[in-house]
Design a protein around this ligand. Sequence first.
Ligand SMILES: NC(=O)c1ccc[n+]([C@@H]2O[C@H](COP(=O)([O-])OP(=O)(O)OC[C@H]3O[C@@H](n4cnc5c(N)ncnc54)[C@H](OP(=O)(O)O)[C@@H]3O)[C@@H](O)[C@H]2O)c1
Length: 245
Amino acid sequence: MKNKVFLITGGTSGIGLACAIYLEKQQCNVIITGRNQKTLETALQQLGSNATGFVSDTSKLTAIDQLVFNVKEKFQKIDGMFINAGIFKAASFEETTESVFDETMNINFKGAFFTIQKFIPLLRNPSSIVLNTSIVVFKAFANTSVYTASKAALEGIAKVLNVELAPKGIRINVVSPGVTQSPIQKKSGMTDAAIDDLLKHFSETAPIGRIVQPTDIAPIVSFLLSEHSWVLRNEKIIIDGGTTL
Ligand SMILES: NC(=O)c1ccc[n+]([C@@H]2O[C@H](COP(=O)([O-])OP(=O)(O)OC[C@H]3O[C@@H](n4cnc5c(N)ncnc54)[C@H](OP(=O)(O)O)[C@@H]3O)[C@@H](O)[C@H]2O)c1
């Protein structure tokens, strides 16, 4: 992994930041993105000199073009990407507005789709892409309908891309985290009490006896980005401490 270059979208907090910290410890160069300059700077303070950050809103195609330009200028080529940027807004199916629908699909699916497409010329042969989906794709959770659709759509393209992009040496695998303690819960619109209940429930019912942390996910993403997983294509690793067993 030494000197490899990996892009992590949404690397300024939670799972993305934990992965950036882990990969940098493996002597990789990491590029992180997020929408907010201040958050980006705070994240970069937790990383070392092998980390680079760019403000880039993945839901905007012009911003993805600019990101490709910036990454090409600094690194020319990259060895892989963790497609991780995502949001979750809790809303019942009946109360999901067009604006929540569009925002969720634009970030979680459309942004991921065009980030992969636009980075193809920069991806080395071989390279690895890891998609961050969720257990919601196969287990129903109330108040997650559009989030579930966005993650199912993302997971759905993995197999197609594995066929189309294989001649370029690009392979795609998926991590499917369970409820993981991160800032996403607070940003979702859930009350503090609801978040406490959620984390307590999953801590008490998970076979591992605690909630999944972003640091649990980082080594698994690192494995999927590394040459050790070369033979894996369209593999999905469920990282939920056994909650969906
Ligand atoms: N935590 C969980 O329980 C869980 C479970 C399964 C899957 N996941 C998935 O894991 C991924 C990371 O979530 P997390 O839990 O680590 O949450 P988080 O701490 O809120 O991190 C989300 C990251 O995505 C970035 N982001 C959001 N919208 C963006 C946009 N339009 N453009 C660029 N970056 C954007 C955020 O930065 P800014 O807000 O500053 O832009 C932040 O860096 C998400 O895709 C989420 O769906 C999480």
